[in-house]
Design a protein around this ligand. Structure first.
Ligand code: NAP
Length: 302
């Protein structure tokens, strides 16, 4: 039996349509739209393409969007002053600093300077703490974990009482998704295990999982025999394993692989996310949702 594919590309379209409708409604009733600024330092092609995609998506859903591009030589003080300017700008509800920053700038200091109520990436220590407390305290769950949870919920997978195993303990994926799945609430209430390079028997833990979330960055780490029949497998890994010529553009593109042996795993799992087209498209989508939430908090609508 082949697993049901959970397609991030399709869920993204549904959510962006929902956001567009809500933005139009708020604009009509309250005369404001969410404002998102992305601050880009330097001209790294990868960072430019990420920021462009974020700005295009913000434009598509009807946000006010600003791309603030700064020279690679900007001083740390000048960057902090810029963040302060947007912290005090009432038309801006989300501030995003594209990482990595040049070496002469302390990334932690810059991220911590963002007003936690405009930290739509959810990386400020205040928002990390709010996520840990759970419930109504949570303002901005970090975008990739929020996307993972949304996919599980929209696929109709039962989370209450489920054995969730998370492979990886990074601050941007593993720890926050594990924390979100253990909270008492809808789309969570699970029994959660986190495994990592210090874990004695990775396979044994994975075999127990009703929901297996893999964010290790190791191609094909999870073998098909580690998957419980019928399990929901969320593959967060994005690994470049080579290059090929795109049929569409004729240009060289990366060959991407997840952390799970997809072809074999899909014959055992009940649900599985593909790579690419699975978790990847959800991250920017959840950034839009967080920015909309930020305005709703301000208007007392959330
Ligand atoms: P990371 O910071 O490198 O963390 C990887 C985690 O996996 C670490 O906790 C590491 O354990 C664990 N790990 C690595 N190899 C392992 C092994 N052989 N056995 C058990 N655990 C192992 O990576 P990340 O930022 O979380 O990203 C993980 C993957 O997700 C990457 O491929 C990344 O590109 C992808 N990603 C995708 C999205 C998206 O689609 N939107 C977003 C973020 C990340 P230790 O802590 O013990 O070292």
């Amino acid at each position: 039996m082949s697993a049901t594919l959970i397609k991030g590309t399709e869920i993204r379209e549904q959510i962006l349509e929902e956001i567009t409708a809500e933005v139009a409604d708020i604009k009509e009733k309250h005369g404001v739209v969410p404002g998102l600024v992305t601050i880009l330092v330097g001209e790294s092609p990868a960072s430019i393409s990420y920021v462009t995609l974020k700005i295009q998506t913000a434009h598509r859903v009807g946000f006010k969007e600003i791309q603030d591009s700064q020279s690679v030589d900007i001083s740390e003080d000048a960057l902090l002053a810029l963040i302060d300017k947007y912290n005090n700008d009432d038309s801006i509800h989300g501030i995003l600093v594209q990482l990595p920053l040049p070496k002469h700038i302390d990334e932690k200091k810059v991220l911590n300077a963002i007003n936690p109520d405009k930290d739509v990436d959810g990386f400020h220590p205040v928002n990390v703490g709010r996520l840990m407390i759970g419930g109504n305290e949570v303002k901005f769950p970090p975008c990739t974990p929020a996307g993972i949870q949304e996919m599980i919920v929209r696929a109709g997978v039962e989370t209450k009482g489920a054995e969730v195993v998370v492979v990886g303990r990074s601050n941007i994926v593993g720890k926050p998704i594990a924390n979100m799945m253990l909270q008492k609430g809808v789309g969570a209430n699970a029994t959660v295990t986190i495994v990592h390079t210090g874990t004695k028997d990775l396979a044994a833990h994975c075999k127990r999982a009703d929901i297996l979330i893999v964010a290790a960055g190791v191609p094909d780490l999870v073998k098909p025999e580690w998957i419980k029949p019928g399990a929901c497998v969320i593959d967060v890994g994005v690994n470049r394993v080579g290059e090929k010529i795109s049929e569409k553009t004729g240009k060289k593109i990366a060959i991407l692989k997840g952390d799970v042996d997809f072809d074999a795993a899909k014959e055992i799992a009940g649900y599985i996310t593909p790579v690419p087209g699975g978790v990847g498209p959800m991250t920017i989508t959840m950034l839009m949702l967080n920015t909309l939430k930020s305005l709703k908090f301000k208007l007392g609508l959330a």
